[in-house]
Design a protein around this ligand. Structure first.
Ligand code: GLU
Length: 305
């Protein structure tokens, strides 16, 4: 793709349940970032794991109801497993993978070193001998496949955070049950779909360096990122279903239609006045990434629209 041709942004929900207001707000931001830069906007269903029947249809209906549209066909990860297998083969052929027999519990126990960052794989299976590997295989536990990372940190560019350097470890590429790992699938798909702008919740900021590193190992372009602040509840925890009327259906039941919800979300982004019902073109007109709130949005259940 030539550099004159705008690329694409995307929203990539996991169909594990209904979207809540925080998810809808992130989707709205992803749409605004993409459309305001002349990019296409793509929708990818990340259904390799945790699928709840009917959730995809409800998520798409809710996105549409608040005014989000997308280009081209939906992409479902569950239909693309051959591509993930090819990427794993490429890395394996380059000597960049190894089998890992550790359970989650063993990893947690091994990461008791005082400076071991959370979730950081300590490399237990990295240098097993062939005999040790065989012994573990014989014990019957199917191995996961991990990346043999050859550096410890990688820097990505984030439109809201600037340069962000983060940990790169021996990330799982294929789980023990054979399912391609999220970090691999996301990298393969973003590149295959021509996505050069990734806007998502800032709970995934920590994954961006490992994903960008993985992309570079696969010879794929690294997108530009914008990790946007999450929605929190009054206790400062990530917004969840138990926090009140947080889905579009809940909001409807409470008398707030989808356009009013869009107005509410826009207000939390500094793009609308209280009670206003801006259209999507209005929001596009007003959108300016430089003045977006940098702090989380705290959802107060009974606040007026
Ligand atoms: N499917 C992930 C989620 O719903 C998002 C992954 C991404 O945006 O990279 O949390």
């Amino acid at each position: 793709m030539s550099s004159q041709v705008p690329g694409a942004g995307r929203f990539a929900p996991s169909p594990s349940g209904d979207l809540h207001l925080g998810n809808l707000r992130t989707a709205l931001l992803a749409w605004l970032f993409a459309r305001s830069t002349g990019r296409a906007f793509l929708m990818r269903i990340e259904d390799l794991d945790r699928v709840r029947p009917g959730a995809e249809q409800r998520q798409l209906a809710d996105l549409t109801a608040i005014g989000i549209d997308w280009d081209g066909d939906l992409v479902h990860q569950s239909r693309r497993t051959g591509r993930y297998a090819d990427a794993v083969d490429t890395l394996a052929a380059a000597g960049l993978t190894y089998e890992c027999f550790c359970t989650r519990r063993e990893i947690q126990q091994a990461v008791t070193a005082p400076h071991g960052p959370d979730g950081h794989y300590p490399g237990t299976c990295r240098d097993l001998t062939a005999a040790q590997r065989q012994e573990k295989r014989d014990s019957g536990r199917p191995p996961a496949l991990r990346l043999r990372a050859d550096l410890a940190a990688f820097t990505v560019h984030d439109l809201l955070r600037g340069p962000h350097t983060g940990l790169v470890d021996d990330v799982v590429l294929r789980r023990g049950d054979g399912v391609p790992a999220y970090n691999l699938a996301v990298v393969v798909d973003d590149a295959a779909q021509g996505i050069d702008q990734v806007v998502r919740g800032d709970d995934l900021l920590g994954s961006a360096p490992r994903q960008a590193y993985l992309a570079s190992l696969l010879g794929l372009p690294v997108p530009v990122y914008a990790h946007v602040p999450l929605a929190l509840n009054a206790d400062g925890q990530r917004l969840a279903k138990r926090d009140g009327a947080v889905t579009l259906a809940d909001q409807r039941a409470a008398g707030r239609d989808p356009h009013a919800v869009r107005g509410l979300l826009a207000r939390t982004l500094g793009l609308a006045e209280p009670g206003e019902r801006p259209s999507m073109p209005d929001l596009l007109d007003r959108f300016d990434p430089d003045v977006l709130p940098r702090d989380p949005w705290v959802f107060v259940p009974d606040a007026p629209p």
